[in-house]
Design a binder for this molecule. Structure first.
Ligand code: AMP
Length: 215
């Protein structure tokens, strides 16, 4: 099964993609995580990527598309994959389609998580991420039982530098301006499913699974 999670920043894409990964045993590919890994290195590309992330701007399509195409070519994607945070532009969606066509594959479903801007702001300020396994917590709604330590792997939790109110406004606007076209692209193909992302984690996850089963 080849799935895409779309939605504004902090809609829960990463959370549900991780849950799906455990249930379906297919890789969770987050372009945000891939870019943060590149940005943590010590080279000119890291500096360039870091400046896009820190300013809430999209990394240019050429670089982003290459990163994803390379990742999709790895052996673990043979039986399916979950894309989180990609595509974010119409051009990315078209290039992804072209690549999958060449491989004789297709996207089965696109899950669009709907969450209001007010809730996004609340989620962003409380979000904490594991520096090792990237598991996401929220200090208000889903804290780690071990404080600022990850329950899963014992590594430290950190607050993303781009998780602040200024950056969220830019990232949200970027989403409206650039990602809406990509959303409409999948809507026109009848593979887009809207899910209310404001319900409890358990209910949202159940709705996603029902949608994937075609219920
Ligand atoms: P995320 O963790 O998905 O919120 O992504 C964090 C940052 O990584 C974004 O604000 C962008 O700077 C960059 N990024 C992630 N995915 C993409 C993408 N598909 N296209 C361009 N930039 C991206």
């Amino acid at each position: 099964m080849n799935i895409i999670f779309m939605g504004p920043p902090a809609a829960g894409k990463g959370t549900y993609a991780s849950l799906m990964k455990e249930e379906f045993e297919i890789p969770h590919i987050s372009t945000g995580d891939l870019f943060r890994a590149i940005a943590s290195k010590n080279d000119p590309l890291a500096v360039e990527i870091k400046s896009y992330i820190d300013n809430g701007l999209l990394v240019p399509d050429k670089l982003t598309i290459k990163l994803v195409i390379d990742r999709l070519g790895k052996a673990d994607c043979k039986n399916g994959f979950i894309l989180d945070g990609f595509p974010r532009t119409l051009n990315q969606a078209i290039e992804l389609n072209r690549t999958l066509n060449d491989l004789g594959k297709k996207i089965d479903k696109v899950i669009l998580l709907d969450v209001s801007f007010d809730l996004i702001c609340k989620r962003i300020t409380g979000r904490r991420t594991c520096e090792n396994c990237a598991k996401v917590y929220n200090i208000y709604t889903m804290p780690s039982a071990k404080g600022d330590i990850c329950e899963e792997c014992g590594a430290k939790l950190y607050q993303r530098k781009d998780d602040n109110e200024e950056s969220i406004k830019v990232r949200y606007q970027t989403y409206l301006d650039q990602t809406t076209e990509a959303v409409n692209y999948y809507k026109a193909q009848n593979i887009l499913v809207n899910i209310n992302g404001e319900d409890s984690t358990q209910n949202v996850f159940q709705s996603i699974k029902d949608a994937l089963k075609g219920e």
